[in-house]
Design a binder for this molecule. Structure first.
Ligand code: GLN
Length: 482
């Protein structure tokens, strides 16, 4: 069920929070040994929280929207008293003394049930969840395939029914690409819409936290709770948060939808392209006005992203030195050796690769040629988007050039892996909100998703257009065979 379906049944007292939670825990028992979505399960706490939720319900009165709804949290969001590892050995023993603001907001909303922490690519670096130090998460639609990444554990858990909804983070597509591969809805909000306090930083000028859910209404509901200014994150913006549930009108008539021609590239799987073309026809049938637009700097997006993201990562990850928290090597003779060995033992290959790339592009002599140049190109992307949004309300593009690939297929080829982000990173470079939702299956039965991108802070239009498509297509009701 979805959050809103559970909410309706709880309000009518047709089920209790305890029954809902037990049902989800049973489901976890059934399928988790195949899917491996979780790094930490907090089943006992969840049952206690369910009792608390039932007490809240018994009290009568207005029932908060998440009461009795079991949720999962990506393991790069700090949870007080619960291990938060970023799927890295370097944080294998880290128990945060505080909650991320988004986690606090979920709790304060009242009666929420937290099931545990989900697997991810180490420090959110990757597109398949295979760079995790601890386990390989499998795609519930085909256990031989990756769930996407880096929020692959959250996506797989939602798709397999191991939670009702989840939170993920998105630096270059990590909410949307796994949502696409697992057949669920995922939203990256505008940069500044949601506080990142307590999100372990990867690339601070790109990171955002967002919902991963079974349908658009649930995404609206979670976004409502996590959005808004936070004094603990100076990059969160003080712009009023609209009522997102009100945006859920199943109507796209008159909406101007831009189809950027640069996004229909060679190398895209023909079945993915077929699905996206069908989405365009559906919008036209709904009365939207679809027109071709151009984002001329698109071919530079991948290179720009991988310079900026690695540069910021190299500086953010300098804090893992074994001194204050996290892993510390047991066998160092002096301070320098302690730093070196700790980092060598703690970080995985992909994380080390990025630290080295980032350190290189920030170093004297190269900074001007790479980092500064990439920042300048970023301005060109913003201008591309500004121009496009003078003509249209939304942009419609694919989420990923292929459906979920096989486990092991790309993990030894970083360039191939990076190429799977080609359609998602531009939203992060531009700071724009973008939603991914399911648009059917390939002939092999693998989900395909598409993206809508909107104007800065215009999540409401995004949700409305997404809702209209979802209600017309019904693809959100497809469930994996598992
Ligand atoms: N896959 C991209 C990367 O490896 C994006 C990751 C993310 O959004 N966290 O950087």
């Amino acid at each position: 069920m979805t959050i809103h379906e559970i909410r309706d049944q709880l309000r009518k007292r047709e089920v209790s929070a305890r029954e809902v939670t037990q049902a989800v825990l049973r489901r976890i028992e059934e399928v988790e040994e195949k899917v491996h979505a979780y790094l930490t399960l907090t089943s006992e706490e969840a049952l206690k929280q369910a009792e608390e939720a039932d007490r809240l319900l018994a009290g009568g009165g207005e029932v908060p929207p998440l009461t009795g709804v079991p949720l999962a949290i990506k393991d790069n969001l700090c949870t007080r008293g619960i291990r938060t590892t970023c799927a890295s050995k370097i944080l294998h023993n880290f128990i945060p003394p505080y909650d991320a603001t988004v986690v606090r907001r979920l709790k304060e909303s009242g009666g929420t049930i937290l099931l545990g922490k989900t697997n991810m690519d180490q420090f959110a670096m990757g597109s398949s969840t295979e760079t995790s130090s601890f386990k390989i998460t499998r795609n519930p639609w085909d256990l031989e395939r990756v769930p996407g990444g880096s929020s692959g554990g959250s996506a797989a858990a939602v798709a397999a029914g191991e939670c009702i909804a989840a939170l993920g983070s998105d630096t270059g597509g990590s909410i949307r690409q796994p949502a696409s591969h697992c057949g669920i809805v995922g939203l990256k909000p505008t940069y500044g819409r949601v506080s990142r306090f307590g999100l372990v930083a990867f690339a601070s000028s790109l990171d955002q936290i967002g919902p991963m859910t079974r349908d658009v209404a649930d995404t609206a509901l979670l976004l409502q709770i996590i959005s808004g200014k936070d004094p603990y994150d100076s990059t969160s913006v003080d712009i009023p948060v609209p009522d997102y549930e009100q945006a859920l009108i199943p109507e796209a008539k008159g909406l101007k939808v831009g189809i950027p021609k640069e996004y229909f590239v060679a190398g895209m799987d023909p079945q993915v392209e077929e699905r996206i073309r069908e989405v365009i026809r559906t919008y036209e049938a709904l009365g939207a006005l679809c027109q071709e637009v151009s984002l001329p700097h698109t071919p530079y997006a991948l290179a720009t992203y991988y310079i900026l993201a690695t540069a910021e990562a190299s500086s953010n990850l300098a804090r893992y030195d074994g001194v204050k928290y996290g892993h510390r090597t047991p066998e160092a003779k002096n301070l320098l050796e302690m730093y070196c060995k700790t980092r060598e033992e703690g970080f995985g290959t992909e994380v080390k690769r990025r630290i080295m790339l980032g350190t290189y592009t920030l170093s004297a002599g190269y900074y001007e040629a790479y980092y500064r140049k990439a920042q300048q190109v970023r301005t060109l992307f913003r201008q591309d988007f500004q121009k496009a949004f003078e003509e249209v309300d939304l942009l419609l593009i694919p989420t990923s050039p292929t459906p979920a690939f096989k486990i092991g297929e790309k993990v030894d080829d970083p360039l191939q892996m990076y190429l799977s982000d080609i359609f998602t990173i531009s939203a992060n470079l531009g700071g724009l909100p973008a939603i991914c939702l399911p648009c059917g299956l390939t002939r092999e039965g693998l989900p395909v998703g598409f993206q809508l991108m909107g104007r800065l802070f215009d999540e409401a239009t995004l949700l409305r257009a997404a809702y209209a498509y979802e209600q017309a297509s019904g693809y959100h009701r497809l469930r994996p065979p598992i």
